[in-house]
Every structure is written in C-alpha cells, then in structure tokens.
Design a protein around this ligand. Structure first.
Ligand code: GTP
Ligand code: MG
Length: 420
C-alpha cells in the first residue's frame, strides 16, 4: 500500500521520522498508511467546503452518488473519528483484520454494504459492529434502532436504508410471487409425523413459532429435538444448518442432545459442535444476545434460533403493576428483533417457548393461558399449546396460525427424543 511519505514530502526523510505534509498542512510520520492520510485530507477539505457553503443547503438525491458519497462521509465523522485518523498504524491494521475476519464469512454481503453510496471505512466499521453487515439488515431495521446501535446520524441512516431498499428492490409484488415463495418454504421435522402434519409438513422457516404450556409438557424437549433435526439433510427433514440456543432457565442439557443424536445415528460430537449455546442471565442479557445474533447467523450457518423461555426473566424482574407497561414494551421490541431476523434471513426458523398463567375469572373450561398477554400473542406467527397426556404422551394444539386450521396432534417424549 502507498505510504504517506510518498506524498507531499518528496520522500526525503526516513521511516518513522516526522515531516510536514504539504497536502493537509500537518505534521506526519513517514511510513504511515497513505489511505489514512488521504481520508484525512478529504475530510479536512470537505469540512472547509461545508463551512463555506453553510448558507446554501442543497437537497441531494440518490442519483448524485458522487456528491452523496462525500456528504454521508462528512455526516458520519464525529470529533472522535477525527481523532481516530491520528491513531497509530497498528490500530488501523486491527480494524482491517476485524473487517477481513467478517469478510471471510460474509464477504458478498459486506461487499454490497461497502458499495452503498457514502459508505467509507468508518461507516462500514460502525455498521458491521452493530450487526448491520448486509443490505437486508439495513433495509428491514427501523432507522431509530440503526442509529441507536451503530451511532450513525439520522440523515446517514435514512440514506442508507433508502439505498438498501432500492438495491433489494423492496416494493410491491404479486400474490403469485408470494405463493411461489411460500410453496418452496423450508421446514424442519419435529420427529413426529403427527406433529409435523399439524404444521402442514414440519415447522416452517421465516416465522416465529411459540410453544406454550405448563411445566413438564415438553417445550424444552422439543427445543432440543429441533436443534438436532435442523442439522439433518433436506431429504431427511432438516435444513443442513446449525442451531443457536438461548437458554434463560438453565435447562439446556447436552446429554439429551447426545441421546437424540444417537437415536438418529448421528455423530453426537458433530451435532453438539453445531449448536451455538448462549445462557441469558437476565432479560437485558437475553435481548443483547439476540441483537448480537445477526453476524453469527451467517457466520455459523444458523437455521434455527431457540429462546427457552421467552418471558421467564421478564416475569421475575418486572414485578408489580407499575412495571407492566415497561415490561410489555421491552418484550414487544425483543419479539420484533426476533421477527426481523426472519425477514433478514428467510430460511431461518425461530422457536420460542412460553410459560402459562391461570385466569382467575374462568370457571368453565381451561383457565390456562399463555403468559405475556396480547403482545406475545400478536408477536408470534404460530402458537401451539402443549399439555400432558398419559405417561410419555403429550398433546399439541394449534391455537393460532395465519394459514392452518385448529387441530391437535399426539406425540411422545422418549429417551431418543420426540416420536409419534
Ligand atoms: P418447564 O420448562 O418446566 O416449563 O417444562 P417443559 O415444558 O420445558 O418440560 P420439558 O420439555 O423439560 O419436559 C420434561 C419432561 O420430559 C420430563 O418430565 C419427562 O417427562 C420428559 N423427559 C425428559 N427426558 C426424558 C427421557 O430421557 N426419557 C423420557 N421418556 N422422557 C423424558
Ligand atoms: Mg423447559
């Protein structure tokens, strides 16, 4: 790479020695990266121009990509970043390594973001660090969240979202196109034919599926089974993908995974390796783990996310009527984070488990309802109620699905997992 010493000083001094740079009228050290120097010079000159032109503000369109490119760069430079330009080479190398590490697994996606008008190194770094390393993740996320998590300005964020949407051609499409997509939707087998039939052929991807029920009804067992089954090849009912398991209750048991894998004649060591496990110690931590999942999903080929359970922490942390509104708001935004992941990654399945609560005003019929109220009910795409049957048997009841009839299926929990 060209060095700062190659501009402005005529190459007179030795490596490491200071010299006065004619380009940006500052002292530099010979041997610094030229790219860094150029960026600085560009920033300085642009800042001066802006100060001069302050009175004449012009509305930029996306077509003016050259102008826009520079505008966004200026938008995003804070005083802190200005300082960053003066950092030592080592730091810049760290950054390059960081980006390169991500590039290995996400290269095409990161490349597309890099090509958005106005995305320079500083902006790219912020986007990737905040988990916005693809056009999809930028296009589908509300601007306020991108701003909050990446630290970018509102103008920059709005322009990035608009440009990503245009690149992805997000707009209206025909119902036929939607049908074409749904017809080919990928599914994961539960291990039980009857339970698969309840879902129209297995648990579908691209949505959030909630299993709720009393203790011992098999929610955690089902979650374990899906982590194994997702790894199967397509012809055996899997997605040839890996699982991300967020455990909020401390009930994840690798020994059950081993039993289930052996029941399917799979190498249990490989199966365990393909499950990324995260123990959430409180509700904030749980929310954070999901926010950090975006980069991991592509990097680790995650096709299934489990959150077991969705609201356990929230229920124990937000106590008293006064905290209810706050709790519901946080659960709502957490559920939307999960839903957004299925928009960004259409072949991802999100399975959450939920606890139940008793309705004191129900005298006839089942007084048991899912916890979390309307927020969880609206947030999950498909809701299934689990209850205990005789011995190993469990009954699953389809409570709510946009396209499936209400119905029931009986399955069993055995040593080798879920079976008919
Ligand atoms: P909570 O998390 O307490 O709300 O319950 P849950 O619905 O998650 O229950 P879970 O899925 O953990 O189910 C536990 C039940 O699964 C046990 O009570 C057993 O009935 C059954 N189970 C667990 N392991 C085995 C096993 O190795 N063999 C058999 N036959 N059953 C098992
Ligand atoms: Mg459980």
């Amino acid at each position: 790479m060209a060095k700062a010493s190659e501009v402005g000083n005529g190459g007179q001094s030795g490596i490491g020695e200071p010299y006065y740079c004619q380009e940006c009228k500052r002292n530099h050290t010979k041997g610094k990266i030229y790219k860094e120097h150029l960026n600085f010079a560009k920033f300085e000159s642009k800042k001066e121009e802006i100060i001069e032109d302050e009175s004449e503000s012009t509305d930029l369109t996306l077509e003016d990509s050259d102008t826009l490119e520079e505008e966004i760069e200026v938008d995003t430079y804070s005083e802190m970043e200005e300082e960053e330009f003066h950092n030592e080479i080592e730091e810049d190398e760290d950054f390059d390594e960081e980006i390169l590490a991500l590039d290995n697994d996400n290269s095409d996606y990161v490349d597309a973001v890099k090509k958005l008008p106005g995305v320079g190194e500083a902006t790219l770094k912020k986007l990737i660090k905040a988990g916005f390393g693809s056009l999809e993740s930028i296009a589908y996320t509300p601007p306020s969240i991108i701003q909050e998590e990446s630290g970018l300005g509102d103008k920059t964020t709005a322009k990035l979202i608009k440009a990503s949407m245009e690149k992805l051609n997000i707009g209206f499409k025909s119902a036929e196109d939607v049908w074409e997509h749904r017809r080919n939707i990928a599914r994961i087998t539960t291990g039980s034919q009857e339970l698969d039939n309840l879902f129209g052929g297995g648990i579908e991807t691209g949505c959030v599926i909630e299993f709720f029920g009393e203790f011992r009804t098999g929610k955690t067992q089902l979650a374990h089974m899906l982590c194994v089954n997702v790894q199967l090849p397509k012809e055996d009912g899997g997605l040839s993908g890996n699982a991300l398991y967020i455990d909020t209750e401390g009930t994840f048991r690798p020994e059950r995974i081993i039993q289930m894998a052996e029941g399917l004649d799979l190498d249990h060591k490989k199966v365990l390796k393909n499950i990324v496990f995260g123990r959430a110690y409180n509700s904030d931590h749980q929310v954070l783990l999901i926010k950090e999942a975006t980069n991991l999903i592509r990097e680790k080929n995650i096709k299934l996310i489990i959150v077991d359970s969705l609201i356990g922490h929230f229920r124990s942390e937000y106590v008293g009527r006064g905290t209810l509104a706050n709790r519901q708001q946080t659960i709502n935004s957490h559920l939307h984070d999960l839903l957004r992941l299925t928009d960004i990654f259409p072949d991802l399945c999100v399975m959450v488990t939920n606890q139940v609560q008793s309705k004191p005003d129900v005298f006839y019929g089942n007084p048991t309802v899912a916890a979390g109220g309307n927020i969880v009910a609206h947030g999950s795409t498909i809701r299934v109620y689990l209850r205990k049957g005789k011995g190993e048997q469990r009954v699953a009841k389809m409570i709510d699905a946009p396209h499936l009839p209400e119905g029931e299926a009986i399955f069993s929990i055995t040593e080798n997992g879920i079976v008919d």
